[in-house]
Design a protein around this ligand. Structure first.
Ligand code: GLV
Length: 335
């Protein structure tokens, strides 16, 4: 049987490369650690003759790339967010797309909660102070922060990860939970989570800790900008584990500098890995490099799922023809 060529366009576990190697001729220019700065030209060149590609949240897969790579049949991502992939263009060309949902939900929710707590309780700011040798005496208000337990948790985007964060807040920290989502949950689901739907303005006005978990799209670009930040309580925190661009980082930096918001926790940034330099100067923001899903077991599960999708999408392995988390399975069924 002809062995397909596939491109692994990101660094990935050696075991995953070995697994792909059982089925395909694998081109893995990043190996397990290196980076390649993909441009549309370098990606197009490297994809010639490839039937499949394994990616993460970058690079962009759009109609122009697909047109230039006519052999491509499957694009499998190890990220849950797939805003870098033009799903409609892939479907139109019969290219299977998959993402990696579910396996990262709990780990990402843990991190979102940790980031929110770090912002509220000033963990990184106080650590920097201590490491700099500036701790000379105890004081009643030394790095006094905002309480998390019992405070109102606001979740913007109540999907799988948003729900997992709501559960942590309601069950673990006794937080009243409010949320806003385009589609409201069933009343049973709301009851189970202990969460109440509110409109977006009420969410912004009433949250003590706002956690943002919406997917990025043109509709969610700057969903939280200057006008929305102006509605928030000055004592509130904002945590973004969604995507850069959902929050207007420049407006957020101004609100934090002017203490119109208590603190923020950001794992994602507009234009990352670059970030708005104004954020770097602010003490009241916790900054992490897009690592919310980064526990080793979870990253391994995400990579395994992406590999399983690729193997199945190209007609190999026990699930041949049935990639487990396809976003457009109709392209395989011919429907
Ligand atoms: C990470 O941001 C992901 O979408 O998996």
């Amino acid at each position: 049987m002809k062995r397909h060529h596939v491109l692994v366009a990101m660094p990935v576990f050696a075991e995953v490369l070995a697994q792909l190697g059982e089925h395909f001729e694998v081109d893995a220019p990043c190996g397990i650690r290196d980076t390649v700065e993909w441009t549309p030209e370098t990606l197009t060149a490297r994809l010639q003759g490839c039937a499949g590609m394994l990616v993460a949240g970058t690079p962009r897969v759009d109609a122009a790339l697909l047109a230039a790579c006519p052999d491509l049949r499957a694009v499998c991502s190890m990220a849950v967010g797939y805003n870098n992939i033009d799903l409609a263009a892939c479907t139109a060309r019969g290219v299977l797309v998959s993402n990696a949902p579910d396996v990262l939900t709990e780990t990402t929710a843990d991190f979102g909660f940790a980031l929110m707590m770090a912002a509220a309780r000033r963990i990184t700011e106080s650590e920097r102070f201590l490491r700099a040798g500036r701790w000379t005496h105890w004081s009643y208000d030394l790095f006094a922060g905002a309480d998390v337990h019992g405070a109102t948790l606001g979740v913007l985007g109540m999907g799988r990860i948003g729900s997992a964060i709501a559960r942590r807040g309601a069950l673990g920290f006794g937080m009243p939970v409010i949320y806003h989502n385009r589609s409201r949950l069933s009343s049973e689901a709301e009851q189970q989570l202990g969460a109440r739907w509110v409109d977006k303005d009420e969410l912004l006005r009433c949250s003590d800790h706002l956690v943002i978990v919406v997917p990025y799209s043109a509709a969610s670009h700057h969903l939280v900008g200057a006008a929305e930040l102006a509605l928030m309580k000055p004592g509130a925190t904002l945590t973004n584990i969604a995507r850069g661009g959902v929050v207007d980082d420049a407006a957020l930096a101004v609100a934090l500098r002017e203490h119109r918001l208590f603190a923020a926790g950001l794992d994602v940034f507009e234009g990352e890995p670059a970030l708005n330099p104004d954020l770097l100067d602010l003490p009241n923001v916790v900054l992490t490099p897009h690592i919310a899903s980064a526990s080793l077991p979870t990253r391994r599960a995400m990579a395994d799922l992406a590999a399983s999708n690729l193997i199945a999408a190209l007609g190999r392995g026990p699930a041949a023809g049935k990639p487990p988390t396809a976003l457009n399975p109709q392209v395989l069924s011919g429907a």
